[in-house]
Design a protein around this ligand. Sequence first.
Ligand code: 13P
Ligand code: SF4
Length: 314
Amino acid sequence: MTVKELQSEIISLRKKADATILAHYYQPIEIQEIADFLGDSLGLSRIAKEKTNTEYIIFAGVDFMAETASIINPDKHVMLPSYESFCPMAAFLTPEKVREFKKIYSELPTVVYVNSTAAVKAECDVCCTSSNAVKIVKAIKEEYDVEAVLFGPDANLADYAEQKSNIKTIKMPENGHCYVHSQITLEDIKTARKAHPNALLLVHPECKREVRDLADFVGSTAQMYNFAKESPPEEINFIIGTEEGLLERMAQDFHDKRFYIAKEKLICYNMKKHNLELIKYVLEHPDDKKHEVKVPSEIAKKAVIPIEKMLKYS
Ligand code: 13P
Ligand code: SF4
């Protein structure tokens, strides 16, 4: 079957299967093209909660995104096309580690990046995503009337939130990071700037501070997309410091603009484990439990609290 044939088969199957397809911007472009909704982590959580009224949610993203969708939609079946699609950053933080930090800093609230397991979320006070981390840190500081917060597992996002809010973030752990974004170096930026001297540099907050500090704009995937969309017509060239799936989306949507990747092979291989064949498979086999994401109810009951608090605050 050709890509086009597979895509049209999926479009007709999803109606019959009573399914909604959600896709993150890092998905292969042929998946982005057939998604009912496309978005960043926060946008997809919101859509999962407010806009999906089907029995099945097919989540083309990594496991923590599907877990979040399942926690806030306990009566729906959330399916991961590839059940091996996980975010390695989440492994930097365990529930035991959070408890250790909470023992040492017992007065401080815990902010957890959504890129974490449900069991870790269950130990924390509020979740955040890359698009609302600054806002959440400010809001939780007010709520607890403290001078600092615990923040994990991404030390770069914690540093970004601290830089923008002037509120100290104690990193849980010190070195949590994303292998895709943290590989971008100053040298890469210098090379990209030299090759495209008139381009604006857009980077994700998971990048290191030295890279973020050189950027014209720092934001989540959806925020970068909107920045390019709303930029004046004379801004034509953009260097993109995030996973290349977003660049492909923008190149398709904004024909009068040019996009250049900050470094070759900025690929999240975990996001790219999904493909059209697997989506077709789950639509045809909705009872295949291997693909269903279910969080044990005692963990879900606790993890929903920081997720709901995030949605309320953002
Ligand atoms: P966004 O919140 O920007 O979609 O980021 C998710 C992510 O995993 C970034 O690596
Ligand atoms: Fe996780 Fe990084 Fe992939 Fe995002 S890009 S899903 S943080 S590994």
